[in-house]
Ligand binder design. Sequence first.
Ligand SMILES: [Zn+2]
Length: 102
Amino acid sequence: MVFEYLKDMRESIDYGTRINYCLHSLAFHSLREMVEYKPAWNGIPSDEVDPEYTSQRCPRTECQHTERGNRDKKRFKCQQCKFQDDSDRKVAVCVIQNWFEQ
Ligand SMILES: [Zn+2]
């Protein structure tokens, strides 16, 4: 199980004062510990990875084209090879790719 290391997340989002306050109050470390608990019980290790470009990079190994325009909210479409996917699912693939490359 691999987590993105989102150290800048709280500074880079702005959903308005009230929601910002709630997000700033979240204990990300505690949340991660709760999520890790069950896999760890079954011997499944976890780690974290630099999230750099996971939302913008094409996951196809022969492409890897990276640009902001690849992502349109919930939809990912590579501007170079035209690969398409759900943005969140594609990010999960890129997180694993970053982990293997670190
Ligand atoms: Zn591509």
